[in-house]
Design a protein around this ligand. Structure first.
Ligand code: F6R
Length: 606
């Protein structure tokens, strides 16, 4: 989704802004632009399409040493040049880039128009530039505060003013904004990916906070213009983590990073002596954890499906009622927040607006909420009462893979920890712990056989539609499998509990409708096989993602074999072939795997 970059220092700003915008491309966008302040005022260039098109359109002599840039993902108005950021005041003095949504933009636009202001775009952002320019305040900071007092909504803002070329003013509310500290130069970005080439010292602005950055430093303040204290922190992301490193796509790279990522989320968290997990970041004492009577997991999209898997792990191991719900729906159904429920927000980016709003709602009503989050210092990570970082490393591909695997592993750790505080025996705790220890190696083994999926991918690539089916532990795997295929191959895919097939969807089975069946070696294997036979009897092509011990030899099905772990942990491994299958199908169909159409990496608007 939208991305912000900014630079002020001793070097020409434009190349640094372009490089930063390129780093943010993975988030998904439809247009890009920048404004650079030089000795002859502001030069602003905007283009629909890729950052490279913006770069090609830049004048050759653009030497200004302060500037802001933006990648836009259309919300208010179509992806056309006049809607791309930066937006400027009528006299061109003020330039603004903005992430988020201004809720009262329509009212403000009407008021501005009545006051004789000509609005040049369809966007909500443009009103901010006009409001700042029309403020009678003396300083840029006060003018920005004036404008903010009139708007409602979410924003991360970076503002340039020709009258104050020595600074960029920033403001944050509900959308991330980070300052990168350099040597006599300062950077600004909505995502650390745009900063890592330049610095590992960053300052995360808090909601309701503003900042002024100059080449020499930064100053943070609140909405009342009183100073706040915000110390720099060190980030551990290296520039190489954001490179393709020889892979054709980030998605494939990230699929192959899973053994290492899995080892990272487990590292230091398995306690062999007490057969439990050590989760110091939870911030909850054993006594408090024992007091929870229910667990409610909230996430969106694939994170929600992993949440379902997490709920099953918690019920299986801790025997506490647990369920997962789409965070996007939660806030709107007037949820009852219970003091003896542990709420768990799960998110790769930590910026998904629907999940962040659900967290706020729970906190407002006094609930305890922990986060399973990948991006350190992200909005959700900073809002929750405690949590478990996923340590999957940066995930660039829009379709999530390694972060999801690490979410499942983090849920397994949480379930083990809760289980051992409840009824889970030492022996069973040890069994799960040993199972977790085997996962990185089993992932490695599966990925070494990735080529085996290619013939299947060729068949699925011909389909217009596909079913993914699974029961109990296999059902979240089926949901995630269908999601992955849809997202990147644009083939319609639907997930059903296998048991539901005969209650309706079986009517759609024919030679052209493949079914991908998740058939683990568990107590439901027989029933799963019976359903597989029903599909085959209707001439439906069948792909079984299964364990060698299930034995599908008598069936005319293609099989993808997955190494066996403990039944509670098997879904984690059963998911991997669905990633590879979706990836290979999308490549065969010639799609832009890492940037699927209409999708963004982190969905920072509702
Ligand atoms: C699917 C996918 C999305 C995200 C969802 C939540 O591959 O990436 O469905 O899982 O948008 O995003 P996060 O985890 O960042 O909250």
């Amino acid at each position: 989704m939208c991305g912000i970059v900014g630079y002020i220092g001793h070097q020409p700003a434009a190349p640094i802004l372009v490089e930063g915008l390129t780093r943010l491309e993975y988030r998904g966008y439809d247009s890009a632009g920048l404004a650079v302040l030089g000795s002859r005022g502001t030069t602003a260039v905007r283009r629909v399409g890729r950052v490279r098109e913006l770069q090609a359109a830049l004048p050759s002599r653009l030497t200004g040493k302060v500037g802001i840039g933006h990648t836009r993902w259309a919300t208010h108005g179509p992806a056309v040049e006049q809607n791309a950021h930066p937006h400027r005041s009528g006299d061109g003095r003020i330039s603004v880039v903005h992430n988020g949504i201004i809720d009262n933009a329509a009212t403000l636009r009407t008021q501005l128009a009545q006051d004789g202001v000509t609005l040049l775009s369809d966007t909500d952002t443009e009103v901010i530039a006009h409001l700042i320019a029309r403020s009678e305040a003396e300083t840029l900071e006060e003018a920005v505060l004036d404008a903010l007092s009139r708007i409602t909504g979410t924003y991360a803002l970076a503002v340039l003013d020709e009258r104050h070329p020595d600074r960029i003013v920033l403001a944050r509310s509900g959308s991330p904004l980070i300052i990168g500290i350099g040597d006599k130069e300062m950077l600004v970005a909505s995502d650390v990916a745009a900063l890592v080439r330049h610095t590992n010292q960053v300052v995360h602005l808090d909601d309701g906070e503003l900042a002024t950055v100059t080449p020499a430093g930064y100053r943070t303040f609140d909405r009342g213009n009183s100073p706040t204290t915000r110390e720099p922190v060190e980030i551990s992301v290296a520039a190489e983590d954001l490179e393709l490193s020889g892979y054709p796509h980030y998605m494939l790279k990230e699929i192959h990073e899973q053994p290492e990522a899995a080892a990272m989320v487990l590292r230091g968290r398995l306690d062999e002596r007490f057969a439990t997990a050590r989760l110091d970041g939870l911030g909850l004492e054993p006594r408090e954890l024992r007091g929870f009577r229910r667990v409610k997991i909230l996430g969106c999209g694939s994170a929600y499906y992993v949440g379902q898997l997490g709920a099953q792990l918690i019920e299986d191991l801790a025997r506490i009622p647990a369920d997962a719900e789409a965070a996007s729906e939660f806030r709107y159904r007037k949820p009852i927040i219970e003091p003896d429920t542990l709420y768990v927000a799960v998110s790769q980016s930590g910026e998904t607006a629907d999940t962040a709003f659900a967290v706020e709602e729970i906190k407002r009503k006094g609930g305890r909420v922990i986060g399973l989050v990948n991006v350190v210092g992200s909005t959700i990570a900073r809002t929750v009462d405690g949590g478990v970082y996923l340590h999957a490393g940066p995930e660039i591909s829009v379709a999530s893979t390694k972060a999801l695997t690490n979410m499942s592993l983090a849920f397994a750790l949480l379930a083990l920890h809760l289980g051992r505080l409840h009824d889970l025996s030492h022996a069973d705790g040890d069994r799960i712990l040993r199972g977790l220890q085997r996962i990185p190696e089993q992932l490695e083994e599966m990925l070494s056989r990735a080529a085996e999926i290619e013939p299947l991918a060729r068949e699925i690539a011909k389909a217009r539609s596909a079913f993914y089916i699974g029961r109990v532990h296999g059902y979240p795997v089926a949901r995630e499998g269908a999601q992955k295929l849809k997202e990147i191959s644009y083939i319609h895919a639907e997930a059903y509990p296998t048991s539901e097939l005969k209650h309706g969807p079986l009517a759609l089975i024919d030679e052209e409708m493949p079914t991908i069946a998740i058939i683990p070696d568990d107590e439901l294997a027989e029933r799963n096989l019976a359903a597989a036979e029903q599909v085959l009897a209707r001439r439906g092509p069948l792909v079984a993602i299964t364990h060698a011990s299930v034995g599908l030899g008598h069936l005319d099905a293609r099989t993808i074999l997955v190494p066996k772990n403990e039944p509670e942990l098997d879904p984690i491994l059963l998911t991997i072939p669905t990633q590879l299958l979706a990836y290979q199908v999308a490549v065969l169909l010639g799609h832009d795997v890492d940037k699927p159409r209409n999708l963004a990496k982190s969905v920072t608007v509702e």
